[in-house]
Ligand binder design. Structure first.
Ligand code: PLP
Length: 404
């Protein structure tokens, strides 16, 4: 492992990341070519609206959507998508948000699609109306949401339908977009972590989504504070008008026409609800370069490499007492993961103790801790160098064989 990182220089504990692309420990390892381009972007000036217009072209090419926009993360993309659905092309409404008096402001979501990230919809001013039940999780019934429940919730107060894309979410996106388009309601899809496969860049647009958001700081391996919105050009224009810096005198306000039709508007909108979600020229350029590399990358080869690394972990930990190892390599997750089930009666410590121990040592080691209720920790090879992988194996082995 590298000896002196910038975090060591700052006296901040560094992290060995065996948990995958998690925002709170730094997202992903940015592509070197993106870093290089960011350095060059930082030393010159550019009009951000021109750069966003170029980004729109690049994203349109990559996704098959009419237009696109770079945001400071997928969650920011959700906020801006909601703002576009609420305000449309009306500068008065743009100025009014997040106050929605007199504006249709409901975003309908299947209850099973609710996540902590949907706070972003409410931040724009929307009210989330969730439909369906949680029967399946509670074991009290077999279904979660029926298409008719979504349709029945649509009214003159509806601004959009929110949908979280996972390989197992239901109803199918195409079913939801069909209902939505019959009522002329846009569908906003959160597909933040659904890459790779590369085809997913275009899939949800093909299935009728009006706006789709992806994270730029996950598998695309762009700057951590980037995201992409792809979709309808009128909605992307609304996003641009609500996000770009708008302190411009009307006489000299000439935004790129491919992004914003300034002529059509009565005047320059004010700083919008998206203005706090600033995207710098460096991040914008870094994302575009990373996206290009992502499109060219051999994702099967990467998966093969992660698979071999996961097998190496399994082989190295096999002899440790009190744990049960499986390799989870289904199509649902981006990288194969090693699932370590800790038998609390036979192992030296519990799964929770293991996680706590590893996180408090130096460097901090983060393993996947989303399944502690099942006494499970996971090891994800995606964000590890070879040397770090060895370190993780050694630390887990040592923690689990230490006498209490
Ligand atoms: C990661 C994630 C987000 C947030 O993405 P950021 O780019 O960190 O803002 C939103 N929704 C889902 C489902 C995610 O997995």
């Amino acid at each position: 492992m590298s000896d002196q990182t910038v975090y060591d220089e700052l006296g901040v504990p560094r992290v060995v990341n065996a948990a995958g692309t998690k925002t709170r420990i730094g997202g992903s390892r940015i592509r070197p070519e993106a870093v290089e381009a960011m350095g060059r972007a930082a030393t010159e000036f550019v009009r951000l609206s021109d750069l966003q217009a170029k980004a729109s072209e690049v994203i349109a090419d990559a996704t098959g959507a009419e237009a696109g926009y770079v945001t400071c993360g997928a969650d920011a993309g959700l906020l801006l998508a909601a703002a576009a659905a609420l305000a449309g092309d009306d500068p008065g409404r743009m100025d009014q948000l997040p106050d929605t008096d007199g504006i249709p402001d409901e975003i309908i979501m299947p209850r099973t699609h609710r996540t902590g990230y949907d706070h972003a919809f409410r931040t724009a001013g929307a009210t989330i109306v969730d439909v369906g039940t949680n029967d399946r999780v509670l074991g009290t019934g077999s279904t979660a949401v029926e298409p008719w429940e979504i349709e029945a919730a649509i009214s003159e107060r509806t601004a959009a339908i929110g949908y979280v894309q996972k390989p197992y979410t239901e109803p199918a996106l195409s079913t939801v977009t069909e209902i939505a388009s019959a009522h002329d309601v846009p569908v906003i899809v959160d597909a933040a972590a659904e890459l790779p496969p590369t085809e997913n860049l275009s899939r949800f647009i093909e299935e009728g989504a009006d706006l789709v958001v992806f994270s730029g700081g996950k598998a695309i391996r762009g700057p951590q504070t980037t995201g992409i919105v792809a979709g309808r050009s009128d909605l992307i224009e609304s996003i641009a008008l609500q996000q770009l810096d708008m302190h411009a005198a009307e006489e000299v306000w000439q935004p790129p026409t491919s992004l914003v039709d300034g002529e059509r508007l009565d005047g320059v909108p004010r700083q919008g609800i998206g203005r706090p979600l600033k995207v710098g020229k460096e991040e914008l350029v870094g994302l575009l370069v990373a996206l290009e590399s992502f499109l060219e990358a051999d994702h099967d080869a990467a998966r093969g490499r992660w698979r071999r690394e996961a097998e190496r972990v399994t082989a190295a930990l096999e002899s440790v007492e009190g744990i049960d190892l499986t390799l989870d390599d289904d199509d649902v997750s981006v990288a194969p993961e090693v699932v370590v089930h800790v038998d609390t009666t036979a192992a030296a410590c519990s799964a929770t103790q293991l996680v706590r121990t590893l996180r408090t040592e130096s460097p901090r080691v983060f393993v996947g801790a989303d399944r502690l209720d099942e006494d499970v920790v996971t090891i994800n090879p995606m964000c590890l160098t070879e040397a770090e992988l060895d370190h993780v194996i050694a630390r887990i082995r040592s923690s689990l064989t230490a006498t209490q």
